[in-house]
Write a protein that binds this ligand. Structure first.
Ligand SMILES: Nc1ncnc2c1ncn2[C@@H]1O[C@H](COP(=O)(O)OP(=O)(O)OP(=O)(O)O)[C@@H](O)[C@H]1O
Length: 479
């Protein structure tokens, strides 16, 4: 196995890495650090928790130490929490350099950020939306001289999901120099490979881990078949069991929507579980506070939407529970990757309802592993069923009283305005679309009904014919 020195990193940097427990390079680091040091663009695709962050932070710091100036490197990442985490790695590893970093994310004071940017930090770590806002509105800084552009979770930045970064990326790419080194990393690069190649055009070095199975060996993966209506009782039972048997374990529960995340958190609190929520409808300060409480193990349960699915590195997480089966295998892969990191063991349990079985098959197909069934004591679940359902209903009523949906609507409108869309026009379009959908549905139902009626009529006629035949036969016999 190679050493960091052998890869071309300076002694001060390898010593600094050693202090963080980063002693020997992981495969993605061993493969990607030399070409980056040689000045090549790089695309690295390796399993979750395999050290991709240090694979770009270390060579960038080495290059920065040879020619220090600001702004030297720009790192883009899809979530605010991830931006903090990456900044922390830069800060700790770059301490001997007196590294100045700057975090540019939404939900924080824009004026303070503009001031920080004007002070020419060595490294800027940003989410695309807020950085493009700064580029549009301010001339206090320039990205024209950056040497490195890093896209962490690169595929997420390029895909057009519920948060679409394309427009912001266009602005940012227009502000960075064409002659730069571009580094792209993720555990799931392959879907967006062609778009990524157009970003990294400087003889890109591409490295992908060769293992067929796309999750780490240390991760135990299970599914639990549950009827939709009793899902929460199973969840409560699972948490209770883990709490009873492994007091020191931390658990992340992933759920599909902000509202459900909020309701589950309220419900688990009713059962006295030490839980916190993390979703995009919370204020940024609350988001950071929740994560800090979870990271420091004050609260051992984090209920989150997919805002926490990628990149977060919390060594104490032993269990990931998917309260909903992820619709995309890629999301499954990132979610379960929050445990079993850096060689540690972990357990992932996915709750699967009668409607989700095809999703599990798609996941198994992609990760090249079969999930085994997780068995629970059904009687114990039945024993808490009513109590859990009542608790959930109470939480739903309580949440409705707080105008949660209304706030969500306001947030949505704000987002649309930021994206340059007219919320009223969008609402009209949506209503028209819903109308067409409704009409189509009604038409389909009518067709279905007519077919059904025809079938029934045919059946009736057939039966009548049969009865008549039988009558005739009986009459013949009696003659
Ligand atoms: N060479 C190394 N030896 C030991 N630990 C390492 C090494 N490199 C990184 N680590 C540690 O491994 C953990 C996971 O690293 P990192 O967060 O970079 O993973 P990742 O590959 O980016 O995962 P994800 O795809 O989930 O974002 C971190 O705590 C990091 O400090």
């Amino acid at each position: 196995m190679s050493s960091f020195r052998g890869l071309g990193l300076a002694a001060w940097l390898t010593e600094q890495a050693q202090q963080l427990g980063i002693g020997r390079p992981t495969p993605v680091q061993a493969a990607c650090i030399p070409p980056i040091l040689q000045g090549r663009d790089c695309m690295g695709c390796a399993k979750t928790g395999s050290g991709k962050t240090a694979a770009f932070v270390l060579p960038v710091l080495q290059k920065l130490s040879e020619d220090p100036y600001g702004i030297f490197c720009l790192v883009l990442t899809p979530t605010r929490e991830l931006a903090y985490q990456i900044a922390e790695q830069f800060r700790v590893l770059g301490k001997p350099l007196g590294l100045k970093d700057c975090i540019i994310i939404g939900g924080m004071d824009m004026v303070a950020q503009a001031l920080e940017l004007s002070r020419k930090p060595h490294v800027v770590i940003a989410t695309p939306g807020r950085l493009s806002d700064h580029l549009r509105s301010s001339s206090t800084f320039s990205l024209r001289k950056i040497k490195f552009l890093v896209l962490d979770e690169a595929d997420r930045l390029l895909e057009q999901g519920c948060t679409d970064f394309t427009k912001d990326l266009e602005v940012i790419l227009g502000a960075v120099p064409a002659t730069r080194q571009t580094l792209l990393f993720s555990a799931t690069l392959t879907d967006t490979l062609n778009e990524l190649k157009s970003l990294a055009m400087n003889k890109p070095f591409f490295w992908e881990s060769q293992a067929e199975v796309r999750t780490v060996d240390e991760l135990v993966q299970r599914y639990l078949l549950v009827p939709e209506k009793v899902k929460d009782a199973y969840l409560v039972h699972l948490i209770q069991t883990f709490q009873d048997e492994h007091e020191d374990w931390s658990i992340i529960i992933f759920t599909s929507t902000c509202k459900n995340c909020q309701i589950l958190n309220m419900m688990l609190k009713k059962f006295n579980f030490p839980s916190v929520a993390l979703h995009s409808m919370m204020k940024q300060k609350q988001r950071f506070a929740a994560l800090a409480k979870f990271k420091s193990s004050i609260f051992k349960i984090l209920i989150a939407t997919d805002v926490a699915a990628r990149g977060l590195d919390i060594p104490t997480v032993q269990v990931v529970i998917n309260h909903n089966t992820p619709g995309l295998p890629k999301i499954y892969l990132h979610r379960v990757g929050r445990t079993a990191r850096a060689g540690r063991h972990g357990l992932a349990i996915t709750l699967v309802t009668q409607y989700d079985i095809h999703l599990v098959h798609a996941i198994e197909e992609q990760i090249k592993t079969k999930l085994q069934e997780f068995l629970v004591e059904e009687r114990a679940v039945l024993g808490i069923l009513t109590q859990v359902n009542v608790a959930r209903r109470e939480c739903e009523i309580k949440l409705e009283a707080t105008d949660f949906d209304e706030k969500k609507e306001i947030n949505k409108r704000k987002q649309m305005i930021l994206e340059g869309k007219d919320p009223d026009l969008e609402a009209k379009r949506k209503a028209e679309l819903a109308k067409i959908k409704k009409k189509n549905k009604q038409f389909r139902e009518r067709v279905q009904q007519t077919l059904q009626e025809k079938k029934q009529l045919q059946l009736k006629r057939k039966l009548q014919k049969k009865a008549r035949r039988q009558q005739r036969r009986a009459a013949k016999r009696s003659l």
